[in-house]
Design a protein around this ligand. Structure first.
Ligand code: UDP
Ligand code: MG
Length: 364
């Protein structure tokens, strides 16, 4: 890329400022002069006709596209992906995962797969959700690098080379950031809040957790499992397994056809999922640290409250008008219960620890 820029600048006529400052000056006054249009055409030609080969150290790319009733977008999307990957020196496959579409989507992807052997598809009998579609797509991939993108033309395939370049810098997951976003106001704002809370709770400093456009090294998708609606938290799940996460701004488009498959309920479900993710990444293997801590805290506060009230009682005060007594009792009981849940959890963990879950990076 850099080289191309350099040749472009050295090409006679491509940058009038360098070769003929006088002409440049007169252009400012009279943009209709012959030289102006000649140079503009020349500049355009140089820009579009330079051989643009991206060098990337990955061998094969798998693009996973989950889709649910997106018939109008699919042909356009396939053409855009092909066009975007033409300059990239890498072989690739595109895996469409039809998440139980009820429109003509399946027919279209079948036809596309028949025409181009690099295109493959998997089709669900019913709609299982985006996470399930991604997970099944991940199980089909044969590449050493995987990119996911939405099928509704909101994600731009031209960003794939940029994601790969960033990944090649040494990251394990690169997430897109829809910096300039073309979605309704409510969705933009709720998403901002969602990202803020997720950033705070997970400690991962990225702006956009739920971007459809993401690139992964193969080991990442082989080692994390997406289910329910956890696709929003791929960076959190990956980070927890010790993979490095980066983010780059990507172009985003307004939805051209059809409508969004996730309503406002995504917001609430998203937060419940956040609790699941935080618990299942941080505490699933050590439940006592969560329940035990909360239980002990509750028990202790209850105990102190009731100890103070007992002292009052001993010193001759009546406890009949002391609601604090009930609070103390409640805290003690809840504390013991939480503590017991933690202990039960520990017992379950002991029986279910599987060494395969520890991801080994290297071995000598
Ligand atoms: N999608 C899917 N299964 C579903 C819902 C959505 O495969 O149950 C796909 C959908 O077809 C699209 C992507 O997931 O390719 C993102 O969905 P959508 O565009 O509706 O989400 P938004 O852009 O509104 O966040
Ligand atoms: Mg969309």
């Amino acid at each position: 890329m850099e080289e191309n820029k350099a040749t472009e600048a050295n090409e006679p006529g491509s940058t009038p400022e360098k070769h003929d400052p006088e002409q440049n000056d007169s252009q400012a006054k009279a943009p209709y002069r012959k030289g102006y249009y000649y140079n503009r055409r020349r500049k355009y030609f140089n820009k579009t006709h330079q051989p643009r080969q991206e060098k990337i150290s990955f061998k094969k790319l798998s693009v996973v596209v989950p889709l649910f009733n997106e018939e109008e977008s699919l042909t356009l999307l396939a053409n855009e992906i092909k066009k975007a990957l033409r300059p990239v020196e890498i072989s690739y496959e595109v895996i469409f995962v039809d998440d139980g579409s009820t429109d003509g989507s399946l027919k279209i992807i079948k036809e596309m797969c028949r025409q181009d052997k690099r295109f493959l598809y998997v089709s669900f009998r019913k709609n299982y959700g985006k996470s399930a579609a991604l997970q099944i797509g991940f199980r089909q991939v044969t590449g050493d690098v995987v990119v996911t993108m939405d099928a509704d033309l909101q994600d731009d395939p031209n960003e794939i080379p940029n994601l790969l370049k960033k990944l090649d810098e040494g990251f394990d997951l690169v997430s897109g950031w829809k910096k300039k976003r073309y979605d309704p106001f409510i969705k933009r704002q709720s998403s901002k809040f969602f990202n803020f809370v997720t950033r705070l709770m997970s400690g991962i400093k990225i702006h956009d957790f739920n971007c459809g456009l993401k690139a992964y090294r193969r080991e990442v998708i082989d080692n994390i499992k997406v289910y329910g609606e956890l696709h929003r938290y791929m960076p959190v799940l990956a980070d927890w397994e010790g993979f490095t996460v980066a983010e780059i701004p990507v172009t985003h488009h307004a939805r051209r056809y059809g409508k969004t498959k996730f309503g406002i309920s995504r917001f609430f479900k998203g937060f419940i999922d956040l609790i699941t993710v935080i618990f299942s990444t941080r505490y699933i293997k050590r439940p006592m640290h969560f329940f035990g801590f909360l239980g002990a805290l509750s028990f202790l506060i209850g105990l102190i409250l009731n100890a103070v009230l007992t002292y009052y009682w001993i010193t001759g005060h009546s406890l009949s008008n002391r609601p604090m007594l009930f609070l103390g009792m409640l805290l003690i009981i809840v504390g013991i219960q939480l503590f017991s849940v933690g202990l039960l959890g520990e017992m379950l963990v002991r029986g279910s620890v599987d060494e395969k879950e520890y991801i080994i990076k290297d071995k000598g």
